[in-house]
Structure formats: C-alpha cells, structure tokens
Ligand binder design. Structure first.
Ligand code: ATP
Length: 530
C-alpha cells in the first residue's frame, strides 16, 4: 500500500498532463469517454517504450549466451491456466460500497478507526413505507456528530424507495446503536458507508474461440494470458530440444498480459492491459536461492543503467506467509513514485512448481537429464518479472524536472526538462538550422538529418527562435540539439577561426555547447545513445 507521507499528487498531475500534451500517453478511447484501465502510447511514448524494451532485450538476450528469447501467443489454452492454478485461483478479494456501489479491493483498504453507527432499517410514516436491512456508517472524525451518520444512512435507505417524490430527509431510521471500531477495513474510506463482505473475483479475461455457438463447449473457452510466464513454461521443452542448451539457462519474453483489475489506478501503474518483460531462468535445485540473489543484483544494476537511481529503489524481501505458496524467496523491487513506494518488478524463486504442475497435468515428462552427473530432475526456476509500463512510468517520473533559471532581478524563467538517459530518450537528436529563411542553412541541416536518420530517431525543426526550439526539445527529453549556423557554411567566427562543416551540439542537462565536425557526428552520437 502506498505510503501517504511520500506522495506528491501535484507532481503526478503535472506529469499526466505533460504526457498527454506532448504525446507520451493518452487515455484509451478518450473520444468516447475513455476505457478504464487502458492506455495508448502516443508518438513519443511509443518510442520510449520501444527503447526500454530494446535495451532490456539487448542486455538480457542478445548480450547473454545463456538466455533465449521467445514470443508466445496471447490467447491461451484453458488447460494451461487450469494447471497453473489461474482458472481456480487467480483472484483478488473485492467488495462493493453499499451506498455508492464503488468496487474496492478489500486488501487495499487502509485500516480506519472511529465510531460506527448501526441501523436496522428505515420507514416513512406518511406513506407507511418501510425497509428492513442492516446498514452502518463509520465516522472517523471525532468532531462529527451522529447526524452526519444519519444523513448517510438515510441516503442509503432512500435507494429502496419506489416513490421518488419522498425526500431522504423524511425517513425515520430504526434501531440505532453505535460501537467503537479500531483498524477496521469494513467501511469505504471515501464516504464511511459499510462495504459488502469481500468476495473472490477472478482477474482473467475469458473469451470464446471459433464459430461454435455452443456456450457450454469447454474446448471453445480461451483466456487472454494474465502473465507471459505460463507461455514460457509450456514451451520450455520445445526450446530445450530445439536449441540444445544446458542448465542453467533462461527463456525471455516481452509481451502483453491482461488482468481485469478491480481498481485500475495511478495512471498506467495498474492497468487492465499491460506489458511484461519476464525471464524464466531454469536451474538445478541447489542453485535456486543463490541465483535469486544474483538476479536481484543484476536487475538493480539494470534500473541504474536506464536512469533510475539506486537510492530511489527499495527492496522488499517478501516475508513467509505473504509470498506465493510455492515460492521459497521473493524480492519486490519498488520505486518511489510520486504516488508512493510501489512495485516495479518481482524476482521470485518459484522452485519446480510450474514445470511440476504442467508435467502432472499434461502427463508429459518435463525432466532434464544432466549428461555429466547422470541426474534426472524437474528444473527449478528463478523469475525476474518486470512491468514494461510501470518501468516506462518510473522513467517518466524520474526524468521530470522543473529548473528555475530566473536571473537575479529578472523575469521568472522556468525550464521543464525530461532528463532521460540518451539510450531511453524518444528522440536522440534535434537538427536545427539557425534560420529557416536561409536556403543554404536549411540545405545543410537536411544533409545532417539524412546522415543521422538511418541510425537513430532524429527530429528536424526550423520553426521559431533557436532558444525556443531548445526548450521544446528539453520538454520531451532530447539529449542533444545540433545547430547549423553560418560558421558551418564557412563564415569565420569572431576570433577568425574557420569552422566550416562543424556544428554546435547543445547538451540538454548542462545547456553547454561544443563544436563538432559533421564527419565525426555519427560516431560521436552512436557512442552516447546506446
Ligand atoms: P501487484 O501486487 O502490483 O498487483 P503483482 O505482484 O501481482 O503486482 P506480478 O504478478 O508479480 O505482479 O507481475 C509482475 C510485474 O508485472 C509486476 O511487478 C508489475 O511490474 C507488472 N504488473 C502486474 N500487474 C500489473 C498491472 N495491473 N498493470 C501494470 N503492470 C502490472
């Protein structure tokens, strides 16, 4: 649960608004009022997410000899998710507010203390109408008197009135009693109303395959996968056989997952459709715990490399009783989001549970034979499972900065700057001719653009004064701006130096400028954007 002390709602509002105005992230289906829990990445967001995924893939697949990639289908065989336990048990406890009908996750309600007022029913004397139903209201503020509770209770009972002309105020409440409550989670923190008892709610999206009209045909049922992991486990044997790898080895996958979250919230943090970046690292049972610690360290380094500093990351060693029952060790890597410290990734030692249940249900052996020791066993697995959208959001939150550049006695001057690492930045370099009405400058700038464009995402901009154009790039996090000026074309500078075919590079963070020969530009940039 988010730690309220560490939240900064105003900052989050500004980030959400910048994401929309600059084209990072939009609400899905906004034109029609929005689809709750779903988000679309705009031009810059799509680049950012691609850069993140490509960096993860390069580090975890391409640059490693012991990890192979795969790309599994989203539609998943019912039997796979029955074996994994998702069909029977992938659920969250949910409850409904009796007054507003809002649906809440029972395990995410902050405990509250106060006085609860209980009623057995209500009546309306003039029309001899009455209803008998227990209802309660919690008042957490000691300065509020029972009239506040009565008002809420009357609102609740008024929903059962068939005669809508009767005002809730005219109702008489029955059987009022009160009790002192400590750390209760039975009431809606938003309005004090009693909640229904928690019920288990399966988070999977179910669908039907093929043209069968028979709704009872169990073979027609398929699911949108709730995690990418299961597609890896059920292809483990194929990957092993087709690649002739030896333990320990991993299978990595980046792909969409779907969960019908009860309460999607905190922008993209908890969505109903999201992307995961997962590795299932198969190993000998003796190595599981050690490898879990090693993976934790590797993953922390990864976050640092992409621009999330170690001091903003928290490691939660999930205690016994809170881990999945099959896991012997789980670390949650958490980040200080503006809405609180929340999970980015889980690194879990899942033992041989997954391969074990798939072996049992499919009745096909998933054992590994070790040629050297002549041992036969079901491999154990360590799983670093990261959320792509959550990491993208952490990158955006971490990059966001407003710098005060006001000079002494001068006009207020604030610079919004997204301090993305160059490897993550959506646009790597902006190419800016000093003036747009000088054809020679424009022509040269376009030459520079054509030189760089096959290798990286660049942006050409000739509109407005150069200072304004720099600021526009700062706001979207472009690390380098390349200005083409009269010195580029051969005009001597004020000290008489010949700077023909050189350009000015302006650095986003320091705002410092340096001069570089066009012929050196490509290697100079390539070295810095990887
Ligand atoms: P949470 O406790 O936040 O619901 P979880 O522990 O259920 O997450 P896992 O099943 O371990 O999550 O999934 C691995 C990763 O997938 C998470 O660390 C997170 O980055 C990402 N993820 C899970 N659910 C969502 C979601 N609803 N929206 C966005 N990302 C998600």
């Amino acid at each position: 649960m988010a730690d309220k002390e560490n939240t900064d709602p105003q900052k989050m509002e500004k980030i959400v608004s910048l994401c929309k105005s600059k084209g990072f992230i939009y609400q899905s289906g906004e034109l029609y009022g929005g689809l709750n829990g779903c988000w679309d990445y705009g031009p810059l967001g799509a680049e950012l997410k691609r850069n993140l995924k490509e960096y993860w893939w390069r580090k975890n697949v391409q640059e490693r000899d012991d990890i192979l990639g795969m790309d599994g289908s989203i539609l998943t065989h019912q039997a796979v998710l029955t074996a994994s336990g998702h069909v029977g048990g992938f659920s969250d406890p949910m409850c409904d507010c009796l007054l507003s009908k809002a649906r809440l996750r029972a395990d995410q309600i902050d405990p509250q203390s106060g006085t609860a007022y209980h009623y057995t029913g209500a009546s309306h004397e003039e029309s001899s109408w009455s209803v008998e139903r227990p209802f309660s209201v919690l008042l957490t503020d000691p300065n509020q008197d029972e009239n506040k509770a009565r008002k809420t209770a009357k609102e609740y009972y008024s929903q059962f009135l068939s005669d809508k002309q009767i005002s809730p105020k005219k109702l008489s409440l029955q059987g009022e009693t009160s009790s002192e409550e400590k750390d209760t989670t039975r009431y809606n923190p938003a309005n004090g109303s009693l909640l229904t008892e928690p019920r288990e709610f399966n988070l999977m999206f179910q669908t039907k395959m093929g043209a069968s009209s028979d709704d009872s045909d169990p073979n027609a049922v398929a699911y949108l996968r709730p995690e990418t992991a299961q597609t890896i486990f059920v292809q483990y044997k194929n990957v092993l056989d087709s690649s002739r790898v030896k333990l320990p080895f991993g299978i990595a996958q980046i792909g969409k997952a779907f969960r019908n979250e009860i309460n999607p919230r905190n922008f993209t943090f908890r969505s109903r459709e999201f992307e995961q970046m997962e590795i299932e690292y198969f190993c000998h049972p003796d190595d599981g715990l050690r490898l879990t610690d090693e993976w934790l360290e590797k993953r922390l380094c990864f976050y640092e490399e992409i621009g999330i500093p170690r001091e903003k990351l928290h490691i939660l060693d999930v205690p016994d009783g809170e881990r999945a029952f099959y896991s012997e060790k789980t670390y949650d890597i958490e980040y200080e989001f503006p809405f609180g410290i929340q999970e980015l990734e889980g690194v879990a030692y899942r033992t041989n549970y997954d391969l074990g249940v798939h072996q049992e249900h499919s009745k096909k052996t998933l054992e590994y034979f070790d040629e050297e020791t002549k041992e036969r066993f079901v491999p154990h697995v360590v799983e670093p499972s990261a959320g792509c959208d959550r990491t993208a959001l952490a990158l955006i939150c971490e990059a966001y900065d407003v710098e005060d550049l006001t000079k002494d006695g001068g006009k207020k001057d604030e610079r919004t700057v997204m301090r993305f690492k160059p490897c993550i930045a959506p646009i790597k370099a902006a190419i800016l001719p000093l003036l747009k009405n000088k054809p020679e400058l424009v022509e040269k700038a376009k030459e520079v653009k054509n030189l760089l464009q096959p290798f990286m995402n660049v942006f050409y901009d000739e509109a407005a004064a150069i200072g304004r154009r720099y600021r526009r790039q700062d706001e979207i996090g472009t690390p380098f701006c390349i200005a083409i000026d009269f010195q580029t074309l051969g005009e001597a500078d004020e000290d008489g130096y010949d700077l023909t075919d050189t350009v000015t590079i302006r650095h986003r963070d320091s705002m410092e400028q340096e001069r570089i020969a066009i012929k050196d530009l490509l290697p100079w940039l390539l070295e810095r954007i990887r």
